[in-house]
Design a protein around this ligand. Sequence first.
Ligand code: WTA
Length: 649
Amino acid sequence: MSTDKNITSVLKETRQFPPQTEFVAQANVNAAERERLAEWAKSDPDGFWAEQGRSLHWFKPWDAVLDWTNVPHAKWFVGGTINASFNCLDRHLAARGNKAAIVWEGEPGDTRTLTYQQLHREVCKFANALKGLGVGKGDRVTIYMPMVPETAVAMLACARIGAMHSVVFGGFSADAVADRNNDAQSKLVITADGGWRRGKVVPLKANVDAALEKSPSVQKCVVLNRCNTAVEMKPGRDVWWHDLVADASADCPAEELDSEHPLFILYTSGSTGKPKGVLHTTGGYLLGTSLTHKWVFDIKEDDVYWCTADVGWITGHSYIVYGPLCNGATVVMYEGAPNQPREDRFWEIVAKYKVTILYTAPTAIRAFIKWGDQHPKAHDLSSLRLLGSVGEPINPEAWIWYHNVIGGGRCPIVDTWWQTETGAIMISPLPGAVATKPGSATKPLPGIQAEVVDKQGHPVPAGSGGFLVVKRPWPSMMRTIYGDDERYKATYWSNYPGVYFTADGARQDEDGYIWVMGRVDDVLNVSGHRLSTMEVESALVQHPKVAEAAVVGRPDDLKGEGIVCFVTLKQGTNPSDELKTELKAHVVHNIGALARPDDVRFSETLPKTRSGKIMRRFLRDIAAGRQTTGDATTLEDFAVLAKLREDDE
Ligand code: WTA
């Protein structure tokens, strides 16, 4: 095994990609401008953010840029009034009314384009329909939809009337939908009969029916007919989308909302079994997403921008809906799987719509590599000018492939680090300003004070591992965990008083570049999706044959991390392969397909410390042992993260 040699070679990894001259010449931000912005943000943060904030439309200007007196509860653009839907739609009507806002392609190949004018009309009608159903300012609305334009319409309609949306990823199970309905006390659920995924219909409405048996707060359910499948419509509760909007007025002025009015809740996994409802508010979030979209993606009027994330995740919220639409961009949206009908679907879409900017995830890139170069090579990808990556660390090999095979060696890659909680991109190269290094998200954006520190909060020396923190509040930061402010304070602000704790391990090199390694808490990153080990454990112990369970991640060449479950069975139960299959299916049923365990191992006992804590580090080593990857960065990071966690003391 040549691990040592590999590690040495990775540490010596010196490949650097300075921005190319032609790109710099047309860039929204060049190196000098980036420097100026960063310096300004440091010396006069309020003045800096005030100037940025003026890029939005405000009904009434703010009195103060930031109120950080009640730490850790920031208020941004205090006293200002604004509407996110107005900023994403009405503001563009005069100059961009006939410009394509959403260019959509369904998995079966059906297509639709909505101009800003048309999107505005759909949103206004649906917003009036929502009002007709009794939804008003501050109410919570669950959106459990496929990737169709109506999902964006539903979100923007909520924003228009000041209702908070809670989008639940369409891959989650009925139980997960019910939990989120109950936690948010949602009044309404918006769904579809189904959505297309790998040639099959995902039965969204049937899942909602099961969820609503356990969601007493939900009074009504709006159903979009996407797939023409037969669904049960419960009289008095369920209503078709097309019936609702048929007679709805297209006149719906946007509500004037306080800058800090809640825009949405988005559930994400934390260290415990219970997902956290991350709360974002209006003014700061909209500024963070639109500004970073302009800077990082270098967006121009003629760009065709495609973010391949699902709207059910923060990436979809910030970089399919709010950021790009606020900037008046043309957004491509695709409903289905990347390998339906063939493994070249993405490249077909890029060529067909002449996509100029592509934003996707390392797990997808690794799948493309596996599927073979012949798929991208069969299509004309020359329209592409910029590539992005998000969701997990990108291994240098995948980066280089993305650069060469997809980007033709000419497109800068922006590796963007951020979280559901941060709302917008925090660490990323600006493509016309910062030389990239494969595997590093490079440097914090101007105005973002991210650092790598030790346990005491002191900066670590170059090359050493530490914890990634953010030392100053920023506009798009989360405001609290919905309904659980104590957990908000404990999770993010108790390690370092007044400093935001990301729960990521990272190191900084001699050039100040940040290399994010992964989570130091019990959150797994499976194909770029966050999952808590405890969520999976609590699903397992709900099975009648399971006595105890411990779940850990292990490095996985394709998914980043795979899920390994160690299970002790109740007395009298015999381990078997059938039971393994049954337990995997049980977890999928409880949480969703994204949580399907890669491996279930039966064990008579689980290794514990004297105080009774499960020795996770030990289990992680065992889990990784059988299938370690050849990728030295992954192995090295695995070791560093284990040390940072120090969880078995
Ligand atoms: C990880 C997704 C390395 C990280 C936007 C973070 C990354 C978690 C990167 C948040 C990146 C995201 N490089 N790691 N470019 N982007 N992560 O909330 O561990 O779904 O804490 O937000 O993903 O995941 P979330």
